[in-house]
Design a binder for this molecule. Structure first.
Ligand code: GLV
Length: 328
């Protein structure tokens, strides 16, 4: 008997077809997220879930899924999954690390450059038909080249961002929970500094740490007040790392110069006050959104799923403590 699995968001056909050969697949192919009630109803007889980082896996969901063996995020971040609750119930949880680092770093740079050079504002002006000719003093942005880039969280994605900074002849400072080896620092040409110094000296501050309760509002009013008034903040990591209300106030008062944001608190119902600001470049959580990368993420998630359903340890297991008490 094939295991029953649920796919919460439209998968690529290349992924769905092989999956159907091995499993009884119920997939949301509408592009519109199921309501919580519907999601809970559909998991009742499922052994595996292939979900997006926007789907919440909490105690309630887990209790509605008594046959569930494995939850597979098609995302590297997993703050949407209550890992302790999964472990308690013997449910394995997995993510997709490694396959989206370079693509997310590219998007980080797109936001950084767009915010620095006021691209969204300039495009709006152009589209509105307001361009009359060469303007010597309009849309004056900030130089990226030779500026100081501050990276908070120098994991795989942060390092991919740092590598790109070389092409812009930037000085790169970083702060991390644990300092990297001197060898890695040298290879990346980055300098470890305190959080206070990072805030003080960065012309561009980019966040690349995972979200956790400890990191909630790691950038709030106090931290924004310590940044340069000319600084640009970039967040392509997770909503909740930044206090969005405080950021809006800082951008409105020009306490910092600009921001580039791919993630927000309370997605997709982000704070609409961002839309009233000219000095922010906005994107709807598209950090990993290239075809090749999304396909690679789905493929890795499927690998995790099929391994777990075959009784094998999935390659990207997030809660190894659940392995010995996994549901069989
Ligand atoms: C996207 O946000 C991810 O965590 O992969």
């Amino acid at each position: 008997m094939k295991p029953r699995i649920l796919v919460s968001r439209p998968p690529f056909p290349e992924v769905l077809q092989p999956l159907r050969q091995r499993c009884l697949v119920e997939a949301n192919e509408t592009g519109v997220a199921w309501s919580l009630e519907e999601f809970h109803r559909r998991v009742a007889d499922k052994e595996g879930l292939l979900i997006s980082g926007a789907d919440r896996i909490d105690e309630k969901l887990l209790d509605a899924a008594p046959h569930l063996k494995v939850v597979c995020n098609v995302a590297v971040g997993y703050n949407n999954i209550d890992l302790a609750a999964c472990t308690e119930r013997g449910v394995l949880a997995t993510n997709t690390p490694g396959v989206l680092d370079e693509t997310t770093a590219d998007l980080t740079w797109a936001l950084l450059l767009a915010a620095a050079r006021r691209l969204p504002e300039a495009e709006r002006f152009l589209r509105a038909g307001e361009w009359q000719g060469w303007m010597g003093d309009a849309f004056l942005g900030r130089d990226v080249h030779h500026a100081t880039l501050g990276i908070l969280g120098l994991g795989r994605i942060g390092q991919a961002v740092a590598r790109r900074a070389r092409g812009f002849s930037m000085k790169v400072l970083y702060h991390n929970r644990t300092r990297l080896s001197r060898k890695t620092e040298k290879a990346l040409d980055v300098q470890y500094v305190s959080f206070a110094r990072l805030l003080r000296e960065a012309d561009f501050l980019s966040l690349h740490l995972p979200y956790s309760q400890n990191a909630h509002h790691i950038i709030g009013a106090k931290e924004l007040a310590r940044m340069k008034p000319t600084a640009v903040l970039v967040n392509a990591a997770r909503g909740g790392l930044v206090d969005d209300v405080a950021l809006i106030a800082a951008l409105r008062s020009q306490r910092i110069a600009a921001a580039g944001l791919d993630v927000f608190e309370n997605e997709p119902n982000f704070n609409p006050d961002f839309l009233k600001l000219d000095n922010v470049a906005l994107a709807p959580h598209i950090g990993s959104a290239t075809r090749a990368t999304r396909l690679a993420m789905f493929e890795l998630a499927v690998k995790n799923l099929l391994a777990a359903l075959a009784g094998k340890r999935p390659p990207c297991l997030l809660n190894p403590e659940a392995w010995t008490k996994r549901r069989k």
